[in-house]
Design a protein around this ligand. Structure first.
Ligand SMILES: [Zn+2]
Length: 398
């Protein structure tokens, strides 16, 4: 049975939580264009009596309640993927339509509704004095959809804010997640020699060379490692390009791009090595990581290689135990302890900086990026209770 005071406070806030989730969904916030949503969330944090609200250099909004020595962070990215494909949607993706228990809209599951639940959860914890030695931070991070973890690297390395524990509020169907596969983006380029297409024997066709490399990669995927918890890595050749002086010429260059999902024990170094060993004619071929480069809404130029490390938190870690206890109390049943198939900011929090992290959020992973994306409104309300309850559960474990 959940703490009666949390139950009463959360119940009273439910109409507001829904209203604010709708307001967030109605505020378009594509990556690099999050400014309006940052302002909306900042204003709400102030209205809910947060003790401190800041916007960092890359443009993420961070609020705090409480003054305890230990820092617990709830993170939700506030950017979304594109949703102007109106014909694929039964409802307007930015109207925040409610039908029964479902709230529709781009970002409803991934993960705007979570932000509303987090804000009210933190406000409840503060009001009821349930922070138990924690400073509880809420971050609305930017640029996750284009480069997961980038805003976290900025938060920790440039702005010097390093939490002790993190809850990533991507959709988990109200289960507790403790890991995900990582990711590497690769670019392979092979060079040949151009010649007139009427005299192909005078040239060296880069596409033919690359074709053999592509077939080698398909075979290579069968050899990838398998992890009992996270599963197996994958590789997809997603784009193929070539350059030739004209359509009537032998191409002198061909490039492919690869999305390589990595599991436990695989790193960018192991991936680079396996691909360098798999390419056809290695003396004429380069294998490299791709780079992300963009400008945040604050005007900051950002750049990072596209390596997103795998991470898993031990199932007996106090944060996992606290998460399971809080989720069980809120749901009235034991939650599953599982992992994401997709990628999250956890690649930086835990993958890069080894800060203990778990996932807990309303909505389902499979709805992320989908047309007619929705979130169960009941998930939203239960998540708010979870976010209010977790600090006191964690305080008992650590
Ligand atoms: Zn997401």
């Amino acid at each position: 049975m959940i703490d009666q005071r949390i139950e009463e406070a959360a119940h009273a806030y439910e109409p507001e939580i829904l209203r604010f989730a709708q307001e967030i969904i109605r505020t378009r916030s594509y990556s690099t264009q999050e400014e309006n949503l940052v302002k909306l969330i900042r204003h709400k944090m102030e209205e809910l009596n947060f003790d401190e609200v800041t916007v960092d250099g890359i443009g993420s909004v961070i609020g705090r309640v409480g003054h305890g020595p230990r820092k617990l962070l709830y993170d939700a990215h506030i950017d979304t993927v594109w949703a102007e494909d109106r014909a694929n949607w039964r409802v307007d993706p930015f109207a925040a339509v409610v039908e029964g228990n479902l709230l529709y809209g781009r970002g409803s599951s991934d993960e705007k509704a979570a932000m509303a639940a987090m804000l009210y959860g933190a406000a409840i914890a503060k009001r009821l004095g349930l922070l138990d030695g924690f400073s509880l931070y809420i971050s609305g991070t930017v640029l996750e959809e284009t480069c997961d973890g980038l805003s976290v690297v900025h938060m920790i390395e440039h702005d010097g804010f390093r939490p002790d524990y993190v809850v990533i509020c991507e959709p988990t169907s109200l289960d507790v997640y403790r890991g995900q596969r990582g990711r590497v983006e690769l670019k392979i380029t092979t060079t040949g020699t151009s010649a007139h297409a009427a005299h192909p024997d005078k040239g060296d066709n880069a596409i033919y060379k690359m074709a053999q490399t592509v077939l080698n990669i398909k075979k290579l995927t069968a050899t990838f490692r398998e992890d009992p918890f996270l599963g197996k890595g994958t590789a997809v050749v997603s784009i193929i390009e070539s350059n030739a002086p004209s359509i009537n010429s032998v191409p002198y260059e061909s490039t492919i791009y690869i999305d390589r999902r990595i599991t436990v024990g695989e790193t960018k170094e192991t991936v680079l090595e396996e691909f360098r060993n798999a390419v056809n004619e290695p003396e004429h071929t380069t294998v490299e990581l791709t780079q992300y480069e963009d400008t945040s809404w604050t005007g900051l130029h950002v750049q990072q290689e596209k390596y997103f490390p795998t991470w898993v938190l031990d199932e007996n870690h106090p944060l996992v135990r606290a998460g399971v206890e809080a989720a069980a109390e809120v749901r009235g049943e034991t939650p599953a302890v599982s992992r994401w198939i997709f990628s999250t900011n956890g690649v930086a929090f835990m993958g890069r900086f080894q800060i203990p992290s778990i996932g807990f959020g309303p909505g389902d992973e499979w709805l992320a990026h989908a047309a007619n994306e929705y979130v169960r409104i009941s998930d939203l309300y239960q998540a708010a209770r979870f976010y209010a309850l977790l600090p006191s559960k964690l305080a008992k474990e650590v």
